[in-house]
Write a protein that binds this ligand. Structure first.
Ligand code: PHE
Length: 350
């Protein structure tokens, strides 16, 4: 069954590259979701990613209580492609034309492989873009806010597991020191957590040194004895095999699409490992951008909205207990309730 409202695939007239926009749902409001500019073996793999990621955006906004729908854009780069600045501009303008043609039904933001500077280039063509640099009137880099959102989710999980939201002394294994991962590592170190970190790039070891964190390899960190594992790299980490190796009580991180297949959530549940759905633990960046740029929140109000993810995770834990389901199913249930309420099918709550 086609779950998406609209899928637009066009070969960019300037770049010749496939530009894929997946609009999953506008039931709660105009859709939002980032532009992923990434390498895929085949453009169809990029399409698969766009379909999954856009559905996750719908859940992200519904669960965190924002009146936005879910979408995502993927530009599938053939393996080994490098974009020089002129070609990158062409790609971004191709993307911008396609977004503009949707007339505001969908607004793009940054995602893996794109930055506020790229959003500025898109902004030359269309107003439907989040996270332009601040001097151009946007809300800027969303990564620190994503990290704050994950921190909020970790506090809720810590309270559930150990009775207090303080992360001091907690043993955390952080996978990935990219934009979000590095911000998160710094926040967690400042909280007094005991960090073990890894990245595929060994040059990141100097961040570990600076923060007094232990360094592990990407292969070994998943079986390291920690309280909580924090995936902050590309998706697909949690496979049947990896779940079998885990030595932690919870998995809570900002990476998108952490499960290889939805059934893996069941496996985690059976092993008694709390898995906070990634669409909640990663929501801070999008929540900050939308509350700031659409709802004109002040910086304090936007931060409060990001920190409210702690309450959302607590509600998720409670819903899962009440319904005797996994947290992933509880997330779907909470999202569906909001979507049904918005459609006027049942009275809105909360
Ligand atoms: N990368 C962000 C996410 O996955 C996308 C985004 C950022 C969307 C900012 C809107 C605004 O949530």
């Amino acid at each position: 069954m086609l779950d998406h409202e609209q899928i637009l695939i066009r070969r960019g007239p300037r770049s010749g590259l496939p530009v894929i926009i997946a609009l999953h749902s506008t039931a709660l409001g105009p859709a939002a979701g980032g532009l992923r500019l990434w390498h895929y073996p085949d453009w169809r793999d990029g399409l698969t990613d766009a379909l999954r990621l856009s559905a996750a955006m719908t859940l992200k906004f519904a669960v965190t209580g924002l009146a936005s729908g879910g979408g995502k854009t993927v530009v599938a780069l053939p393996p080994g492609t490098w974009l020089d600045p002129a070609r990158r501009r062409d790609v971004l303008h191709d993307v911008a034309d396609q977004i503009d043609s949707l007339g505001g039904t969908y607004t793009v933001g940054p995602d893996v492989g794109t930055s506020p500077a790229d959003m500025a280039v898109i902004g030359e063509v269309t107003p439907h873009v989040f996270c332009k640099p601040k001097h151009l009137g946007g809300s800027g880099d969303s990564s620190p806010h994503t990290a704050h959102g994950t921190l909020a989710a970790l506090r809720a999980v810590s309270r559930r597991l150990y009775g207090e939201s303080d992360l001091k002394g907690l043993r955390l294994g952080l996978i990935g020191l990219g934009h979000v991962g590095e911000h998160l590592a710094r926040l967690l170190a400042a909280e007094g957590a005991h960090l073990t970190v890894t990245d595929i790039d060994p040059a990141k070891m100097k961040i570990a040194d600076e923060l007094g964190a232990a360094w592990s390899s990407p292969e070994e960190i998943v079986s390291t004895d920690v309280d909580i594992l924090v995936p902050a790299a590309l998706g697909g980490l949690l496979t049947t095999q990896v779940v079998g190796q885990l030595h932690c009580r919870a998995v809570v991180g900002p990476a998108n699409n952490q499960l290889d297949t939805p059934e893996t959530a069941e496996l985690l549940h059976q092993r008694g490992i709390l898995w906070i759905p990634d669409h909640v633990a990663s929501a801070g960046g999008a929540v900050h951008a939308i509350t700031t740029e659409v709802h004109h929140a002040t910086p304090d109000e936007a931060l409060a909205r990001v920190q409210a993810i702690e309450g959302t995770v607590t509600e998720l834990l409670r819903t899962a207990d009440d319904l005797h389901v996994t947290l992933a199913q509880a997330g779907h249930e909470m999202a569906q309730r909001r979507i049904r309420a918005a459609a006027g099918l049942v009275p809105a709550e909360g």
